[in-house]
Design a protein around this ligand. Structure first.
Ligand SMILES: [Zn+2]
Length: 256
């Protein structure tokens, strides 16, 4: 986690703005003691002193923290962004970033690699109940440059929720929307002779891959200017089920 409570002032501080001399720090969630990590390479952050039993900061990688900090710092320079808060506590969940963009309440959630569809669904529902629009972001994956891509369950969920796109963070406030089209596999033509000496053949067509999709990249978007709020009705198909939700979506026309 990037923020903690500085005990001497009982105020929320960011790891990048304080030093070890400012300790002790405590967790805004469990009130347990935090250690500050100020390395030269990794994003400055706080970590629970073991033993602890608290989900704050769990599963965060350096890439996740870098993304969170970069988005937060860049949002803080925008005129149309107010109420900006890092790791904003909503009781049932902690939003990576909360702010109002042109007055619209937005929670930005950066996907952790171990997130489950259940967790995404629950958090999305909670934001909806609070009238907050949620923007789920994934970290950019170089495999998206390839012809075929195997989306994980949470990517399929986001694709269904966001009307056929998943948002991947590139840098600063720039995200790339990616649509997953069906990917067709060649079934090669083959022929053989059956027991009566007749030539038989099969194949020579394509079939839809269950595992792979063809990533179709849309134009780059700016989080602070290229999105709008919308409410989506509950939707389900196959194994994917999206509850009624308030989303922060782009304004692009379909590019596929
Ligand atoms: Zn804690």
């Amino acid at each position: 986690m990037l923020s903690g409570i500085k005990n001497s002032s009982n105020s929320k501080v960011f790891a990048r703005n304080v030093t070890k001399e400012d300790a002790p720090f405590s967790c805004p969630g469990c009130r347990g003691e935090l250690t500050i990590k100020k390395g030269n390479i990794k994003t400055h952050h706080f970590a629970h002193k073991p033993p602890f039993n608290c989900s704050r900061g769990q599963g965060e990688t350096d890439a996740h923290r870098k993304c969170k900090e970069d988005i937060f710092l860049n949002l803080s320079t925008r005129q149309n962004v107010t109420h900006l808060d890092l790791e904003a506590d909503f009781g049932t969940s902690v939003a990576d970033i909360f702010c109002r963009i042109d007055g619209i309440p937005v929670a930005i959630e950066i996907q952790k690699s171990d997130v489950t569809v259940n967790q995404i669904t629950l958090r999305t529902q909670n934001y909806h109940l609070r009238g907050i629009n949620v923007l789920w972001l994934a970290l950019y994956n170089p495999k998206l440059d390839e012809k075929r891509y195997s989306p994980k369950a949470w990517e399929k969920w986001c694709h269904a929720a966001y009307f056929g796109r998943v948002y991947y963070w590139i840098n600063s406030l720039t995200v790339l929307p990616v649509h997953f089209a069906e990917y067709r596999l060649d079934v090669e033509c083959s022929s053989w002779y059956d027991e009566y000496g007749e030539e038989q053949s099969a194949g020579g067509y394509t079939k839809r891959s269950k595992r792979y999709r063809a990533p179709l990249v849309g134009s780059q978007l700016d989080i602070a200017t290229d999105f709008r709020s919308t409410t989506k009705d509950a939707w389900s198909r196959g194994t994917v089920s999206v509850p009624q939700c308030s989303l922060y979506v782009d304004r692009l026309r379909k590019w596929w």
